[in-house]
Design a protein around this ligand. Structure first.
Ligand SMILES: O=P(O)(O)OC[C@H]1O[C@H](OP(=O)(O)OP(=O)(O)O)[C@H](O)[C@@H]1O
Length: 228
């Protein structure tokens, strides 16, 4: 298969997102130690979404998922520190500019501040229907911490979570479920990704020229992945 092969079975928006991520080094292949301790042959580095055009494309992708997926109506976007902060902010701006949709925006600090406005929450008051915006759930530690923050606000109701990439990996439990499945069951809300590992694999398979990386990712998936 040549590297100019067309990818037919994926949504063009997903193809564009994957290609832009690869071109800009956001989606990369090698050897990466994840927060979970797992050594992954691929990594999605949301920290490299650092130009206006990349942020704009990312915000479009989040806005589209919020419009088209299982995420219900919501009032506030909550971006957990650190990476979730800018991701939630750009999404709130995009929803307003592109769709005229006004939503609140809130984030937490990792360290508590004792001057100025004080506390560790900033932005829109945490009340109403909340959607968490983050980059990726690996073992789900960060998302559980974010939900614990929400639970300290009795008027806040979590209604959904959106992540950039669903790695489709086993979570913390013994049942062999993915982190996403565990979080969906535990908290009773949908967790939607912009792309999933399956999309990335399909892209690599159909595009061609990725045989070596594909083999490594498939090996990793056989060890840590879940069949969906
Ligand atoms: O599901 P987990 O195993 O918790 O891993 C995923 C989370 O960990 C990373 O954030 P991190 O806590 O490193 O904070 P950062 O955004 O400040 O980099 C990443 O941004 C995810 O949010």
């Amino acid at each position: 298969m040549s590297s100019s092969q067309t990818v037919k079975s994926l949504d063009p928006a997903k193809i564009a997102f994957i290609e832009s991520a690869i071109e800009n080094g956001v989606l990369c292949f090698g050897q990466y130690t994840l927060k979970s301790g797992r050594i992954s042959p691929y990594f999605f580095n949301a920290g490299l979404l650092y130009t206006g055009s990349l942020l704009s494309a990312t915000a479009n992708a989040y806005a589209k998922i919020l419009r088209t997926s299982r995420i219900p109506e919501f009032d506030v976007l909550f971006g957990p520190a650190y990476k979730g902060i800018s991701l939630a902010a750009i999404t709130a701006v995009k929803l307003y500019e592109a769709e005229g949709k006004e939503v609140g925006y809130a984030y937490n600090r990792k360290e508590k501040k004792d001057h100025g406005e004080g506390g560790n929450m900033v932005g829109y008051p945490l009340k109403g229907r909340i959607v968490i915006i983050d980059d990726v759930l690996t073992r789900g530690t960060a998302i559980r911490e974010a939900i614990a923050i929400l639970n300290q606000h009795p008027e806040a109701k979590l209604v959904g979570i959106v992540q950039l990439v669903d790695r489709q990996e086993k979570g913390q439990g013994e049942g062999g479920k993915s982190t996403v499945q565990e979080v969906e069951e535990e908290f009773g809300v949908p967790v939607e990704p912009i792309i999933a590992l399956n999309d990335i694999l399909r892209y690599m398979e159909e595009k061609g020229g990725w045989e070596k990386q594909l083999e490594e990712v498939k090996k990793y998936r056989a060890q840590y992945g879940v069949e969906l």
